[in-house]
Design a protein around this ligand. Structure first.
Ligand SMILES: Nc1nc2c(ncn2[C@@H]2O[C@H](COP(=O)(O)OP(=O)(O)OP(=O)(O)O)[C@@H](O)[C@H]2O)c(=O)[nH]1
Ligand SMILES: [Mg+2]
Length: 402
């Protein structure tokens, strides 16, 4: 399952967003370092399911389908707060980052309302600097990777310069488990015009630039600009956008309240909806009703959604450029082996082929892959066919179908 990490300065609302995304009960408080160990949970990407278009009633297995909305699970990890010099052990250090090595994307939560100082202490809204919130996290991530590489840099240089190994290969090995591959390393070396056969001659500055570019390409970040319920956030969001980040305006707290109310069947609300509907007035105190009205007015009315769903959707479908694909065994009935209609949906990078999909489902299926059928058009697909958004695909393999 794909993994995304939630990182950021202390006290910006990371755990609130995690709680809103997963409904897991985690500690949330208005002071820094509330979270001391990473929290793991499951959240969902939201897409329009193909069941409506195809006019079928589906039986989802690896995902959920609610009123034509398909929800695809991904794993999410809420990390402790990061402050400047964390790589030297300040605050809680950076060791916990080991848990998000496998992340495909990083969600950096920033305090768009500027209500916290660089160490996460509460200050008057509008006085903090959300751009700095993101920069400090990027810098610390880069120091973390840099230090990791340096533990082995001398050996790598020796191996490469004595032609026992290739630079790309050695660095990829060093960063194994971090989803950093040889081709990305190669690309960055070229882009920065570094000499791949003389790493011992790279200066500190150059190695650092190399690390930064590698991190930007391998672990793209999306900024969740939190606290849009506060008026000061508007300015913070402008600044974040001006600094060139991919920004989604968010109110983690509003989303958490809406999700909890929906869970109790007090309101009808799906993450990502532009509004909610009160189902059971009698379960609400007048204060709770007022709180919901405020969310409608200050968040949904003004920003069109709480932004939380958009964060993961944008990370996977716009920044990482993934597409959802539905594998079925029977291309006529659109079912799996047990007769479940459109049971599964997989997400994979745009440009992937049916064979890539087969490998993703099962290594054996990838190895025995013969060809694939587009179940919508009932046609056989060519070897180099690139999967498209919402494709329904039947894979024909030697000895079996899936
Ligand atoms: N106004 C406003 N406050 C929020 C929002 N989301 C979170 N907060 C508040 O921000 C404070 C910190 O929330 P947490 O979720 O504990 O923050 P964190 O980033 O996990 O903090 P650490 O674990 O200490 O790093 C709490 O007082 C939350 O109520 C929001 O959308 N709007
Ligand atoms: Mg926390």
């Amino acid at each position: 399952m794909e993994l995304a990490g939630i990182v950021g300065k202390p006290n910006v609302g990371k755990s609130t967003m995690f709680a809103a995304m997963t409904l897991a009960p985690v500690e949330i408080a208005a002071y820094p370092f509330t979270t001391i160990k990473p929290n793991r949970g499951i959240t969902y990407l939201r897409i329009n399911c193909v069941c409506r278009e195809l006019g079928v009633k589906d039986n989802p297995k690896n995902s959920k389908c609610i009123d034509g909305v398909r929800l695809i699970p991904i794993e999410i990890i809420d990390c402790p707060g990061i402050i400047r010099q964390a790589h030297e052990g300040r605050g809680l250090g950076l060791q916990f980052l080991d848990e998000i090595r496998q992340a495909s994307a990083l969600i950096v939560v920033a305090d768009a309302a500027g209500a916290t100082d660089p160490d996460g202490n509460p200050i008057r809204p509008g006085t903090g600097n959300p751009v700095e919130d993101v920069k400090l996290v990027e810098d610390e991530l880069d120091h973390w990777l840099y230090n990791l590489l340096m533990t082995d840099w001398k050996r790598i240089s020796r191996v490469v310069e004595s032609k026992v190994g290739r630079l790309e290969e050695e660095i990829a090995k060093k960063f194994s488990g971090l989803r950093i591959n040889e081709s990305t390393i190669h690309m960055v070396v070229q882009e920065l015009d570094l000499n791949p056969s003389r790493p011992s001659k790279w200066g500190t500055e150059e190695v650092f630039k190399f690390i930064r570019k590698l991190r930007e390409k391998s672990k793209p970040i999306i900024v969740a600009a939190n606290k849009i319920d506060l008026p000061e956030a508007e300015d913070g969001i402008k600044k974040l956008r001006g600094a060139g980040y991919n920004v989604v305006p968010v109110s983690a707290e509003a989303e958490r309240i809406l999700r909890l109310a929906a869970e109790k069947k007090i309101i009808r609300y799906l993450p990502g909806d532009p509004d909610f509907e009160i189902l059971d007035d009698s379960k609400l105190t007048s204060n709770q009703k007022r709180a919901l009205e405020l969310i409608r007015e200050k968040v949904l009315g003004k920003w069109k959604s709480t932004g939380v769903q958009e964060v993961v959707n944008k990370a996977y479908f716009e920044i990482l450029n993934y597409i959802p694909v539905y594998p079925v065994e029977d291309p006529e009935k659109l079912t799996d082996h047990d007769g479940n209609v459109l049971p599964d949906v997989y997400i994979l990078p745009k440009g992937s082929t049916p064979r890539d999909l087969a490998y993703m489902i099962h290594t054996d299926l990838g190895k025995t892959f013969l060809y694939a059928i587009d179940a919508r058009k009932k046609i056989r697909l060519g070897e180099d066919y690139k999967l498209k958004w919402g494709d329904v695909i039947s894979i024909i393999a030697a000895g079996r179908r899936a």
